[in-house]
Ligand binder design. Structure first.
Ligand SMILES: [Fe+2]
Length: 386
């Protein structure tokens, strides 16, 4: 069977990378960018820094700062109106996963007329996506989703009534400008939750079914970086630029690795955001140990590799024992950075589990989980995490 590999876009990486932004937009002849972001990024002063950098290079910016924490179809429609009013010729998306994903969907809609629901990955929507898209620069301000190097946008759509994955290799940003300085002031809780997402991406990608040794290598090293530096990034806040830098790389690696696929944790987490309003990274972190226990029956060897990547001594341990060690270490790491252990601590009640299960089954991520999942399995996993 043939395999198709496509690797990330150009990445400008490192403290001070934002200084290269002007040159990047000039190279791609973006003269009238739409800057897509959210109010938190604007209030943190990061939007002003980006706009100043763009204007210094001669660009005339329009700003759309109305992206919701879970971006919606309405956000995309408002962004596209702004793009057209201003006669824009490219997108600069700044923020966590939400503004970056909204930026990708706005970019898609500049040249594609179908309703967003028709691009749903679950319905093979990638076949409708063409390469004729304006240039897009992605500037992450968290170290988590890795959307800056990813090929998908996750948007809440009315028609599907769920977080819907819109996927195509053409959606990958033209350039990712990744400056860990921009993450320094992220509060502890958000550093923990977004970092947990990055760790989960690396772990789920490594366990995902399918043949992708390139992604496997990246996922193991991304797991090593995230497990080592996430506690430091949370504990020392803005002082530890090395930890922030390594976490930004772990996030890029996680999103690169999940070109291979993700797993049941993400399918279970997506409805927790759209139905119960949980932060995506937090939902992943609570569910991951339960899903790994479920997967250990069929993926102990791979969990053993992950244990070794996390610097756990696996010599003399059977695959099952090493898998248990890995799960225990992940749980301890999450506890240590202040992630709640149970869904009920985050306000989830048993009454909504049937609605969550129905939506999780429709989410495509679990299709690459190493152990096939039934609705009954999902019900048990939510109950175990409650
Ligand atoms: Fe994620």
């Amino acid at each position: 069977m043939l395999s198709y590999f496509s690797f990330p876009t150009r990445i400008v990486f490192g403290p001070g990378a934002i200084g290269a932004l002007g040159g990047v937009v000039q190279e791609f002849t973006i003269r009238r960018p739409l800057v897509v972001t959210d109010r938190g990024v604007a209030q943190a002063g990061l939007l002003d820094r980006v706009v100043a950098g763009l204007e210094a290079s001669g660009a005339v910016c329009a700003v759309f700062d109305g992206v919701d924490p879970n971006p919606t179809e309405e956000n995309v429609a408002a962004g596209i109106s702004r793009y057209r009013e201003h006669g824009c010729d490219g997108i600069v998306a700044v923020g966590g996963g939400s503004p970056l994903d909204a930026g990708k969907a706005i970019r898609l809609k500049t040249t594609h007329d179908r309703p967003l629901a028709e691009y749903d990955d679950f319905k093979d929507g990638a076949r409708w996506v063409r390469p004729d898209l304006p240039p897009m620069i992605a500037i992450p301000t968290t170290a988590g989703t890795g959307s800056e190097v990813g090929r998908s946008a996750v948007i809440v759509l009315k028609e599907t009534d769920r977080k819907t994955v819109i996927f195509s290799p053409y959606l990958m940003p033209t350039v990712a400008v990744c400056d860990p300085e921009l993450t320094r002031r992220l509060p502890k809780g958000l550093t923990a939750a977004t970092g947990a997402d990055a760790l989960t991406h690396n772990i789920e990608a490594y366990l995902a079914t399918g043949y992708h040794p390139l992604c496997d290598g990246i996922a193991l090293h991304g797991t090593a970086l995230a497990s080592r530096y996430l506690p430091r990034a949370v504990a020392s806040g803005e002082d530890d630029l090395e930890a922030r830098t390594q976490m930004m790389m772990a996030a890029i690696m996680g999103a690169t690795a999940f070109q291979k696929g993700l797993g049941a944790t993400h399918s279970l987490a997506h409805p927790l955001s759209s139905v119960a309003g949980l932060h995506h990274g937090l939902a992943n972190a609570i569910l991951l140990p339960h899903v790994l226990r479920f997967n250990a029956e069929v993926a102990a060897d791979r969990l053993r590799d992950l244990a070794a990547a996390m610097a756990i001594d696996v010599s003399g341990r059977s695959p099952q024992e090493a898998a248990a060690d890995a799960i225990h270490a992940i749980q301890s790491l999450f506890r240590g950075i202040g992630i709640p252990v149970r869904l009920s601590e985050a306000g989830v009640t048993a009454a909504i589990i049937p609605a969550l299960v129905a939506k999780a089954m429709q989410d495509g991520c679990h299709l690459s989980n190493p152990r096939p999942c039934s609705a009954k399995d999902f019900q048990s996993l939510y109950e175990a995490a409650l």
